[in-house]
Design a protein around this ligand. Sequence first.
Ligand SMILES: *Cc1c(COP(=O)(O)O)cnc(C)c1O
Length: 866
Amino acid sequence: MRAIRRFSVRPVLPEPLTGLGTLVNNLRWSWHPETQDVFEAVDPQLWRSTGGDPVKLLGEVPAARLDELAHDDVFLRRLELAVTDLNAYVSGDRWFQTDAGSPVSSVAYFSPEFGITYVLPQYSGGLGILAGDHLKAASDLGVPLIGVGLLYRHGYFAQSLNAEGWQQERYPLVDPDGLPISLLRDGDAPATVTLTLPGNRQLHAQIWVAQVGRVPLLMLDSDMEENDPAEREVTDRLYGGSTEHRLLQELLLGVGGVRAVRTFCRITGHSAPEVFHTNEGHAGFLGIERIRELATDQSLDFDTALEVARGGTVFTTHTPVPAGIDRFPVELIQQHFSPDAYGEGVPIDRILELGAEDFEGGDPGVFNMAIMGLRLAQRANGVSKLHGVVSRGMFAGLWPSFDPVDVPITSITNGVHAPTWVAREIHGLTYAATDTAESDGVFDGLDKTSDAQIWETKRTLRQRFIDDTRARVRQSWINRGASDAELGWVDSILDPDVLTMGFARRVPSYKRLTLMLRDPARLKALLLHPQRPVQIVIAGKAHPHDEGGKKLIQEMVRFADDPEVRHRIVFVPDYDIALAQPMYPGCDVWLNNPLRPYEACGTSGMKAALNGALNLSIRDGWWDEWYDDEFGWAIPSAEGIEDTDRRDDLEAHALYDLIEKQVAPRFYDGEVPGRWIEMLRHTIKELGPKVLATRMVRDYVEQLYVPAAHSSRSLNSTYDGARELAAWKKKVRTAWPQIRVDHVELQGLGDVPQLGTTVGIRAFAALGDLEPSDICVEVLHGRVDTNDEITDPVRATLAMAETYEGNRHRYEGELKLDRTGPFGYTVRVVPNHAGLASPAELGLAAGPSDPDDDPSAPDLPAGSEF
Ligand SMILES: *Cc1c(COP(=O)(O)O)cnc(C)c1O
């Protein structure tokens, strides 16, 4: 019989054990093995059978056992120590308070997904894992972050296979009562936020709080009885449903998220955020909601409110492909932000302008969330150096007067949270003292460890991973219709002494899951090599609507089903945090073969590296930036070859060659392979500190949060500054068509320009209705290519020397000819204001007029060679 309603009854802990509740309710346990040990001691057998889920454990442990523990002095002392340790972690000063001097009141960090622990399945892949690691590292560093997301009642999906190897999706219910989270209450009632939708419908959401160390994560949940059935389903699952469903989720996340933050701060006394950070474009509506707040509560006009909101907003883009960007039909935005639905505060045409693709190649019918993100955030970044370059090119249309190098999108390379991802055994060998891997030099413990010890540890980790994989493969075959009796062979798949390679990630086509199958015979020979075999473990989910991805999985599964190779290559279904955690340490080599440059950053290789695996990857994302032949191998990319089949062939063959001729021989070089272990040491010691999420969060604080907080503070102080900035921008935009550089000359160049010569440069600029203080005259110089493009321009400012009639001015400076060969320069006028984060912010620049149009101009066009 089906129940009409379900709820979970939480256990009442005996008084001496209330500390267990404290430990469970702070997710720090998920990256703190000592706390997990305390849970395990409650009931080791239950701990294992619940898959390490402390809420389930406490729900199922017999009352008699709790009574016993309540009188067990040894256990009680352990418990008390763990609680004391947690309290110290949560309340003490950390990097942000001591070294950084608490420069920001707080930061609200919005993301559509958060991957924190396997018991809270609210993520699909890299974006969510990164968001989870961001919160944890912020907590370790003491950065006052508030996370904001949604609580999906079915998470993403659980993956299994059918007999044919075709991906099956299941959507297990996530019951909040069974999770280590709590409902935010406003007095006696749950705190809620409400959005008005077209047709006078109401969308209500309650707010769950997960405590991630020091960082609260607010998760909005529309599954409330107050909602109509359709609205209840807004937070049903991650990345499912129709375009409108997706829009409602993004409205709830962005608009509802800001309201939830306000409510949370009011109830708890948490300080209000000075900075709002949107992790990818999905949460971008937060900027519109903040404009509405300012327009309604402070009576600011739209342009002033926009300046205030922008100053404190940071936008991180994660995709290098236009197809990865969220776009909505304009009509849908019109409906949802109409005055009837959203209120009178923000004119709908101004909202539409923000997401308009009003540049070359744009589609007038769509509203683009990334474009809006860039227009609503004064500071933006990509997630690796290469992705920064790609993003500046991809969005260059928004700054039409500038070269891509000048586009104001910077980059901060992603990182991973070591305490979450590093195996305890590796941690024990490498980290000298602290528990958080946040200070320099913590990797030096490895120096005191012998090669033999390292090798023995890796074997232990390989074995553990193999045990876990065998259990999963057995379960998978049972799901595929096999009976236990025919699965004896599963107990002998994989070998703890064989070179183990891992490949796990989502399955979009650019990640090329099946590249290794390009030449099946060649792969088979590598797997079955008589002296130097390799074994490969593969995992990954395809998006439920991605038939192509499911085909790739099926192809992989079919290859791995072959009795000849099934002991050396396996596909393990349901890639998630629980599968990933033993996988990275169990691998010797981490394989990644994306189509360069589509991997924005990639983080799985970082997690593998911290666990002493070597990377074997295409130089894309982070690996392009930090590749070193002591850290692994670069698979040569045939980027530039248009024929994708041929490109795949070339790259696959390079991969086979590397494995056969370099990777395997080095691994099998003696009982304890010295050269391999040397690389492993290098990887952990040299690469390790770079790939940490604490490094990443520190970069965010220093390069983006602090400057954004300064902008936000000064714009918020009286709003006069914001009004002045908005008015100034308007003035500059209106006056800009009159601005020009109308004469440039060099002095002291000589007949044959020589290295080391310093030449004088003079430029005459006409400023129309602007004041000299509104602009800045720059000279850009450097090497030029065959098209007279300055390839790596050096920028210098010219000083105003004299003023003439008609608001014309002479600017002067010097130029040092510091390199031989083709050299060029140009001069331009750009807007100048203390409130700008970049001279390119307005997308306005004026260069020398075309010499053909102006007979008085000297024969020195932009980028001329001399
Ligand atoms: C790290 C991780 C990812 C992301 O890996 P990429 O290399 O960035 O694609 C996805 N899923 C899980 C479970 C992970 O742990």
